[in-house]
Design a protein around this ligand. Structure first.
Ligand SMILES: Cc1cc2nc3c(=O)[nH]c(=O)nc-3n(C[C@H](O)[C@H](O)[C@H](O)COP(=O)(O)O)c2cc1C
Length: 364
């Protein structure tokens, strides 16, 4: 082989290796970017552009009473030029709530003050998110809402418990209630009148003729009318990302390389159990995209709550709990990639430990 031909081969080999390396690096980078959530106000504000200018009218119903009333409200809204989507809560992805400008709910209450089973997922999502400190009280701050309850006074304390609970949960998540909860008693003989009265008040509120708000801000045009042009943005969480190997055969797992993300109901990986809870491999899901987004905001605060632990106490806890202990090592300083890895930590299980610059902190 001549010197020049071996030279050419070496050069080609070098170019090939460099290209392969670059492609590999680029694909990893793109994937990380895809998982990463916006961290600066600029990118946050761009996500607001998907905020819906068309309302959602949700109904929660088992035997059709609420659905019928909701349909009547839908027609009334329509005749007043307010545009809404008429949606069964069982088919609605609550992860999309933060995109909504205005949500109206007509909901019935069933046994023990619970919603009908078909709305279990929606109701669970609301209560779990509102109770979860990681979600925060600003999640639905761009969303306005009103709830009408359908129930029976004969059930005493649980009269319209679902509607009241929805109102409480939505407010806890930062949504603004534009009209107090309406309460319809199916056995009171005045359900239709009460509902129509509430509906008319609602129309006035939306027009800006009633209540503190000058119309429903950001919802509709300057005359209080609904505007067109909302394309529901399907933020598709399903992707072709394969999970990286995580080496779970060790008792202490370093999560830095564990991939994955919390599914919404749209996810192919997540399973919605009958009771409305999200499950994955039989385990309750820890992090939804929403929780993750809020974790990002709260992460610095959360870190402050962590207590340093020694390797010995880490091991001791692991033995006491008799289960795998998860540990995340943050070595690159404070950046979104690390935050992303931290989310993955939540995805795998309860956060046990997080290691930052050589110090291990207890995460519980
Ligand atoms: C088994 C059963 C349990 C109920 N429990 C309650 C209750 O705890 N609180 C309440 O306000 N209404 C309760 N109701 C009344 C329902 O809310 C009422 O029948 C309503 O019309 C159902 O509306 P839907 O058909 O839209 O689901 C109950 C009704 C049934 C049949």
């Amino acid at each position: 082989m001549s010197l020049s031909s071996s030279h050419v081969r070496i050069t080609l080999l070098a170019i090939l290796s460099a290209t392969t390396f670059y492609c590999f690096w680029k694909s990893r980078r793109l994937r990380r970017q895809k998982f990463s959530l916006p961290t600066n106000p600029k990118s946050n504000s761009s996500s607001c552009s998907c905020s819906s200018s068309k309302g959602k009218l949700l109904f929660v119903s088992q035997t059709g009473t609420s659905k019928t009333l909701a349909r009547r409200l839908f027609d009334l809204l329509k005749s007043n030029n307010f545009k809404f989507d008429f949606v069964n809560a069982k088919d609605y992805e609550p992860e999309d709530l933060h995109k909504e400008s205005l949500v109206l709910i007509v909901a019935s209450t069933w046994e023990d003050g619970k919603p009908p089973p078909n709305a279990g997922f929606f109701a669970n999502w609301l209560s779990e998110s509102a109770d979860d400190f990681r979600v925060g009280s600003l999640l639905l701050s761009k969303c306005k809402f009103a709830v009408f309850g359908v129930g029976s006074k004969s059930y005493g304390d649980t009269y319209n418990a679902v509607a009241k609970d929805f109102s409480t949960r939505l407010r806890a998540l930062g949504a603004h209630e534009v009209l107090s909860v309406g309460e319809g008693d199916v056995d009171g003989g005045d359900l239709d009148d009460v509902f129509d009265g509430w509906s008319m008040k609602l129309i006035k509120v939306l027009r800006g003729e009633l209540g503190k708000c000058n119309g429903v801000n950001g919802f509709g045009d300057e005359n209080g009318r609904m505007i067109d042009g909302y394309d529901e943005e399907d933020y598709d969480d399903d992707d072709d990302d394969e999970e990286e190997e995580n080496g779970t055969n060790s008792d202490i797992v370093d999560l830095e390389d564990i991939g994955g993300k919390g599914p919404s109901r749209k996810s192919v990986n997540g399973v919605v159990a009958n009771n409305g809870e999200r499950e994955k491999n039989g385990e309750k899901e820890m992090v939804t995209p929403i929780i993750r987004a809020n974790l990002e905001k709260q992460f610095p605060e959360r870190i402050k709550m962590l207590n340093p632990v020694t390797q010995d106490s880490l091991k001791a806890l692991q033995e006491k709990q008799q289960r795998t202990v998860y540990r995340l090592t943050l070595v690159k300083g404070w950046n979104t990639e690390d935050v992303d890895a931290y989310y993955n930590l939540f995805n795998v299980g309860k956060p046990d430990f997080i290691e930052i610059k050589g110090v291990t902190y207890c995460g519980s």
